[in-house]
Design a protein around this ligand. Structure first.
Ligand code: TYD
Ligand code: MG
Length: 484
């Protein structure tokens, strides 16, 4: 037997160190190194005799390919994110904060699949069978023939799975509770999580069952983050939601069998998660269009256009260093838009606190939101409400130019569908055939938009924004409208 070696393993990134250190040299996190006894666990272990390998067949890049066999869960929003259903024999990691609804989502998917005659095994390591039953009852899915067990030992789970008909789907909730007797570390440590996940993934490949591992994401690194498992699985999905909001977004951050930019939108109700097929309606639901500081952004999430309100509050700051707070967008990007407004558009935001939020708790990663953010900021500063039936999209460059973005036609179509008659967009994103459409305002400089917002307000507001109005670019197509 291999001699037991003492090692210190970072619970955040999985880096191995021979000594204890306060800070992990690999990921820079503090207090994450934990002593683990890894007899042959990591790196194959010491002292194995060299074995001569066999020759494997090398193949050409071109060749016959079959699309992977999939089982659709029947929950459209979930299937969209996985790329059309679970791929047989694949392993999926579902991450998310505790309480966000991972178990609920998976129980719902299990029930849907089981009801269609597939064998589905749900292993709960965190909740007792009674608790899972109670939840199923609440969701109205108790009748589905899901095979349920509360178990944490990988060996027992594997033996159970191998005993019956091969399952189509196995849920392991959660990976942090699994433990295998092949390694000596405590459950929840990186070594255990990695070894257990490995055993389950091997089972998936051999049996053709889809394995879904649930992983909690904790900030303080107490429980081994599922990060180490991310490299091992075929797909990583994150289930997110802002605290206080009842809708949830499922996002793929890695997918070997599909695109990673699709999102699925759900709403947490008293009876489980319900699908939200048209997210724009949800995100615009509570809109108060008449107030200054709000601009509707026509965004894209994967292949789907999503309209969402960007809210800004600009207020004089009592502090020497004004506050900048942002929810749902990138703080660095906000700083950039503020700087462009300040230096190219004559908008003085320096002595103001700036708060920016994406309504409803959506997180936007697209640079195309720049224009909507700028419009919301200017609107809040000047007190001039933007037209209620107008959407904004476009990327702003450091020079103050408005750059074209992709999928303009799709964004406009969604806006039109939801009753928006006007759009402010990069002039280069307007197609020739769209060029004459009323309500489309193409701009090529951010200053043009700012000036037209300022000019549309009452004299008091105009006075406040005088510098911006004075900078209004002359003889450009940009200046004409934008907010009248
Ligand atoms: P859960 O799926 O247990 O979260 P996770 O597995 O990610 O930790 O969801 C727990 C939360 O969801 C809990 O706060 C209650 C809420 N919930 C509902 O609002 N309605 C429901 O029908 C269910 C089952 C849960
Ligand atoms: Mg759970």
């Amino acid at each position: 037997m291999a001699k037991a070696r003492l090692q210190f393993i970072c619970q955040n990134c999985g880096a191995v160190s021979p000594r204890w250190q306060g800070r992990c040299e690999s990921c820079g996190e503090w207090n994450t190194l934990v002593e683990e006894n890894t007899a042959g666990g990591i790196g194959g272990g010491p002292g194995k005799a060299a074995v001569r390998g066999r020759v494997v067949e090398l193949q050409a890049l071109a060749g016959e390919t079959k699309s992977p066999p999939r089982i659709a869960s029947g929950i459209a929003e979930l299937d969209r994110v996985t790329g059309g259903g679970f791929v047989r024999g694949s392993a999926i990691l579902l991450g998310g904060d505790p309480g966000i609804g991972k178990s609920t989502l998976l129980l719902q998917a299990s029930a849907a699949l089981a009801a269609r005659g597939e064998r589905v095994v749900y292993i709960s390591g965190e909740e007792a069978v009674a608790q899972v039953r109670l939840r199923a009852e609440r969701m109205g899915v108790s009748a589905a023939p899901v095979a349920l067990a509360a178990e944490t030992s990988v060996e027992d789970i594997l033996a159970t799975l191998e005993a019956g008909k091969p399952p189509a789907l196995v849920i392991l909730d959660s990976v942090q509770t699994l433990w295998t007797s092949t390694v000596e570390s405590a459950p929840g440590t990186v070594t255990q999580v990695r070894a257990s996940a490995q055993a389950m993934i091997r089972y998936a490949k051999q049996s053709g069952a889809t394995i879904i591992l649930v992983g909690h994401v904790t900030k303080d690194g107490q429980i081994a983050g599922p990060r180490v498992v991310e490299h091992m699985v075929d797909a990583v999905l994150y289930f997110e939601g802002e605290g206080g909001h009842h809708f949830r977004i499922l996002r793929a951050v890695k997918n070997r069998f599909g695109a990673t930019d699709e999102i699925g939108v759900f709403e947490m109700t008293g009876g489980g998660l319900s699908q939200v097929p048209n997210p724009s309606e949800l995100f615009l639901g509570e809109r108060n269009a008449a107030s200054p500081g709000a601009a509707v952004f026509a965004g894209m999430e994967g292949t789907r256009p999503v309209l969402v309100e960007i809210q800004a509050l600009v207020a004089p700051s009592p502090l020497g260093t004004p506050r900048r707070a942002v929810v749902g967008w990138d703080g660095g990007r906000l700083a950039m838009v503020l700087a462009v407004l300040e230096s190219h558009c004559g908008v003085k935001l320096g002595p103001h606190d700036v708060y920016l939020a994406v309504a409803g708790g959506l997180r936007i990663n697209e640079p195309a939101a720049d224009l909507a953010v700028a419009a919301a900021l200017v609107s809040s500063l000047s007190g001039i409400a933007l037209p209620a039936d107008c959407v904004y999209f476009g990327e702003v460059s450091l020079s103050g130019a408005v750059r074209p973005v992709v999928h303009a036609a799709q964004r406009l179509k969604e806006a039109q569908k939801l009753g928006f008659a006007k759009a402010v967009l990069p002039v280069q994103s307007i197609d020739k055939e769209q060029g004459e459409t009323p309500g489309l305002v193409g701009i090529d400089q951010l200053a043009g938009l700012v000036a037209s917002i300022a000019a549309s307000g009452p004299p008091v507001a105009r006075e406040l924004m005088r510098e911006a109005v004075d900078r209004r670019p002359t003889a450009r197509r940009t200046g004409t409208t934008g907010s009248d």
